[in-house]
Design a protein. Structure first.
Length: 135
């Protein structure tokens, strides 16, 4: 009750590529790791930009919480690239409640949605906001 929320922040740019049509983890070294008490609410935000080596393609970024392959529902952000190597920004967010007490992590996932080619996702700043009762 009446606890001050906690904000965890990670910044810096990190470009990774994928040709996968299903979500894959951007980079496990860039995970946002946190510990929770029972009943806490978590909001994860992440931003960056996409590019792809093939024109007229769709790309997706999303957030995984405790998963390097499953997107949080509603966190998916799509971009359509009309010109090859065009840089398109994204911002993805997810809110989770009901997580077990203990260690958790959030990570950025990315995938190629349509066409062939290689997606380059540059993950910029990410944050985890924790609120609710603690200890």
């Amino acid at each position: 009750f009446n606890e001050t929320p906690i904000l965890l922040w990670r910044s810096g740019l990190d470009a990774q590529t994928t040709t996968s049509g299903t979500p894959v983890e951007h980079n496990s070294a860039r995970r946002l790791e946190f510990a929770l008490w029972s009943g806490e609410l978590v909001k994860v935000d992440w931003g960056g930009y996409f590019s792809q080596d093939d024109a007229s393609s769709d790309m997706e970024a999303s957030i995984g919480v405790d998963s390097a392959t499953v997107s949080e529902s509603g966190s998916e952000r799509f971009a359509h690239e009309a010109v090859a190597s065009e840089r398109l920004p994204f911002h993805s967010a997810a809110v989770r409640s009901g997580l077990a007490e203990g260690y958790h992590y959030a990570t950025i996932l990315h995938r190629r949605v349509t066409a062939a080619g290689t997606v380059t996702t540059t993950a910029g700043s990410g944050s985890v906001f924790i609120s609710g009762p603690r200890g």
